[in-house]
Design a binder for this molecule. Structure first.
Ligand SMILES: C[S@@+](CC[C@H](N)C(=O)[O-])C[C@H]1O[C@@H](n2cnc3c(N)ncnc32)[C@H](O)[C@@H]1O
Length: 236
């Protein structure tokens, strides 16, 4: 073995030891900071029922409005952190080739059960639900819809969120962000959101807002009025 190989091996072994020397709590924190917290799997595996915690029992009224009025580009839609898949189901019902992803396998199981239980199903083959990490996704989408996904991520993962949105959005595509919860508070999830925060993440990458405004009450989920804003973003 050459000296160089030997040094390399020693360094790798040292790095491995350093990583494995982390306490489970520290390792968990590392993942959380990278936007892949294992807490989500626990939350879903504990049996999150419709209406509990962040589950709002259905798609946001503004999403239905945007889809019903054909306001968004047509084609492929992505919903990251889709939970019980209320939004992906709505996109697929409106003819989009839709991918809903959630990090938690048990979330995808709950989503599949929900989709199987509804009467108004989308056309065969339009809706795919996948247990996956948003940060590892590949492909291009004409619409990406973020609702209570950014607020679920550790603040350290936000720039990576913006870069990944930029990578996944097709050149003529649109990123729709429902910005929630607009509150003043420390810690999370959900972490406090604001229109300025989302703007500060997206504009440096070349996104421009075509809409950035608070939503009227009837376009918000009940109980989320005056705390929800709509951002519609295109690439320059
Ligand atoms: C606050 S919940 C919102 C769920 C859904 N958007 C809704 O409105 O009901 C956030 C979701 O994001 C998922 N999630 C967290 N990190 C993720 C990641 N890196 N990739 C994909 N999904 C993730 C969680 O498992 C969780 O279901």
């Amino acid at each position: 073995m050459s000296d160089m190989e030997c040094t390399k091996k020693k360094t790798t072994a040292k790095n491995t030891r350093e990583v494995t020397n982390l306490t489970p709590e520290e390792q968990h924190d590392d993942k959380t900071r990278a936007g892949v917290s294992e807490t989500w799997e626990q939350i879903w595996a504990d049996g999150l029922e419709p209406g509990q915690r962040f589950d709002a029992r259905g798609p946001a009224p503004i999403l239905k409005h945007l889809l019903d009025t054909n306001a968004l580009p047509k084609g492929r839609a992505l919903v990251p952190g889709c939970g019980r898949a209320y939004a992906p189901l709505e996109f697929a019902r409106h003819g989009y080739q839709t991918l809903g992803v959630d990090l938690a396998h048990t979330a995808v199981k709950a989503a599949q059960e929900f989709v199987d239980s509804v009467e108004d199903k989308p056309k065969e083959g339009l809706l795919e639900l996948r247990a996956a990490n948003f940060f590892e996704l590949e492909g291009q989408f004409d619409v990406i819809y973020d609702y209570t996904f950014l607020c679920a991520l550790h603040p350290n993962a936000r720039e990576k969120w913006a870069a990944q949105m930029h990578k996944l959005l097709a050149p003529q595509g649109e990123l729709v962000t429902l910005i929630f919860p607009i509150v003043e508070k420390e810690g999370g999830p959900p972490y406090a959101m604001s229109m300025d925060l989302v703007k500060s993440l997206l504009e440096p990458l070349g996104f421009t807002a075509t809409t950035l405004e608070m939503l009227p009450d009837d376009m918000c989920h009940r109980g989320r009025e005056e705390r929800t804003a709509l951002g519609r973003w295109v690439k320059k």
